[in-house]
Design a protein around this ligand. Structure first.
Ligand SMILES: Cc1ncc(COP(=O)(O)O)c(C=O)c1O
Length: 492
């Protein structure tokens, strides 16, 4: 995909479409329109991008031009494409019914789709949060005389974050920490500081979709390294030889990795491979951007030491991203980067162009809650373990042909649905008022059509109601054709 000219070539488009042909007797044009619509709605195909001309796409897909023309017609009717005669067609977001509410990417606020299995995030620990907020309102008094801007984050929070790293085995001082707007803000800041348009960024494949989007937004190119799956246990993992070869061949500017309960596979990188990874970074000069967003959510015993601990406290090769979102609450929007003190100053300088710092009240609340994080995490473990086991039980009862892993931590299952139908299932699910993120949302070029990420974060009654809808969608998979789901999928 050429992001500078905002157009997608026919061959890339064909790859992005993945396996879109209907297995049943459905019309090819409808199936093609459905697939393109899904790519637009869940963000894999950017908005306002020019799609290939009918003839070119027909050639790349080995279908007739009439099929592509009919699919584009359906998409124009559904307001997913706009065309200018003689100039081409561009993707757009459907605007919904005339006079209706404007479409929101935040489908959770949209009660037309009350069931969702796309976010893997827990509700707030309300008692802790209320208490910490009351106390933080008093803490705020001391700051009200100042101007309120802080590129690095409040010292009290930086100290609390440094203390947490130290407790987890990575000695850290406050000057090695920069507070960001969630881990997502941290990822975007590191990309903005260390990479530029055209640079390569190594990623696991599959990986966290919003990181892929941040890489694309930077104009950088992801270099995917496949995760491996053990056929017996279904556990996913890393092939360090493959990763080493990819670093050597592609010479990426940065490697973005999620070694703790990898999103979406739930895999954990063993200690000896963490050491190898840091050694590789040191030898090749490729900095590691280590995403520890899920690290505090171990369900089955202790995790290996942080990757950063293998590089020494001042290593210039490891930048670690963390967040309060998963263990405490996403609504705080507090995350951080841990790096060498000079790198933290470099990041802070770059940050001025992005957001000038985070709100102090949320930082004060988080600083207080980090003091109680062991207790909060212990409660989370109980809830998530029960949710994981419940979900596994329901899945094997309702979908006997599916295969799920049993992650040892994190907030989701990475399910194999047994056939390359994940995108179609997402379309069918929307018809039953359920939002799911299809497997390809977590990869590049239409990969992972057999996969679905399901969160272990909902109360039992809510997950059961969502799974009832998923079952209806699964049973009605054959009927998937044109239909206009109004909102794109946000994933966390
Ligand atoms: C691996 C990973 N990184 C980053 C994020 C973004 O986290 P935050 O809410 O802190 O921005 C998430 C959220 O789902 C995640 O799973």
């Amino acid at each position: 995909m050429d992001h500078t000219e905002r157009r997608v070539g026919a061959r890339s488009f064909a790859r992005l479409l993945g396996e879109w042909r209907p297995a049943d007797g459905r019309r090819l044009a409808s199936a093609l329109a459905d697939r393109i619509r899904l790519l637009v709605l869940d963000g894999r195909l950017p908005l306002e991008i020019r799609v290939p001309a009918e003839r070119e796409l027909a050639g790349a897909l080995a279908v007739s031009r009439t099929t592509v023309a009919a699919a584009y017609d359906q998409l124009r009717d559904a307001a997913v494409l706009r065309s200018r005669r003689g100039a081409g067609s561009w993707t757009r977001l459907p605007t919904g019914p005339p006079g209706g509410a404007p479409p929101s990417p935040f489908f959770l606020l949209d009660d037309t789709a009350p069931h969702e299995l796309a976010h893997a995030a827990l509700p707030a620990p309300s008692e802790h949060l209320r208490r910490a907020t009351t106390a933080a309102v008093h803490d705020l008094d001391a700051l009200l005389g100042g101007h309120g801007y802080d590129l690095l984050g409040l010292p009290v929070l930086r100290t609390a974050i440094a203390g947490r790293f130290t407790a987890r085995g990575l000695p850290t001082t406050a000057d090695q920490v920069l507070v960001t707007t969630g881990a997502q803000g941290a990822i975007a800041l590191v990309l903005a500081t260390l990479t530029g348009p055209g640079d390569r960024v190594l990623v696991e494949h599959p990986t966290y979709p919003n990181a892929l989007d941040a890489i694309a937004a930077r104009g950088a190119h992801p270099v995917p390294v496949p995760m491996t799956t053990d056929p017996g246990t279904r556990a996913d993992g890393w092939d360090l030889d493959l990763l080493t070869a990819a670093v050597r061949d592609a010479a990426p500017r940065l490697a973005y990795l999620i070694p703790d309960f990898q999103n979406p596979t739930g895999a954990v990188l063993p200690a000896q491979d963490r050491e190898r990874l840091v050694d590789l970074a040191r030898r090749t000069g490729t900095p590691l951007l280590v995403d520890e967003t899920l690290a505090e959510l171990s369900l089955d015993g202790p995790s290996p030491p942080p990757v950063g601990s293998f590089g020494g406290p001042d290593s210039p090769h490891v930048l670690t991203v963390g967040s309060a979102s998963k263990v405490i609450w996403g609504g705080l929007r507090v995350g951080w980067v841990r790096a060498s003190a000079p790198m933290v100053r470099r990041l802070a300088a770059r940050r001025a162009a992005l957001d000038l710092g985070g709100p102090p009240l949320e930082q004060l609340i988080t600083a207080r809650l980090l003091g109680e994080v062991e207790e909060i995490a212990a409660q989370r473990r109980i809830e998530v373990t029960a949710a994981r086991d419940h979900l596994l039980g329901r899945l094997s009862a309702l979908f006997p042909g599916w295969a799920a892993n049993r992650p040892t931590g994190g907030l989701f299952l990475w399910v194999d649905v047994g056939a390359p139908v994940s995108s179609r299932l997402a379309v069918a699910a929307r018809r039953h008022g359920l939002v799911i993120a299809a497997g390809p949302r977590f990869g590049l070029d239409g990969a992972f059509e057999r996969r679905l990420r399901l969160p272990c974060t909902l109360r039992r009654d809510r997950v059961d109601a969502a799974l009832d809808r998923l079952l209806l969608a699964w049973a009605g998979l054959d009927q998937v054709e044109a239909g206009v789901p109004p909102e794109p999928v946000a994933v966390a």
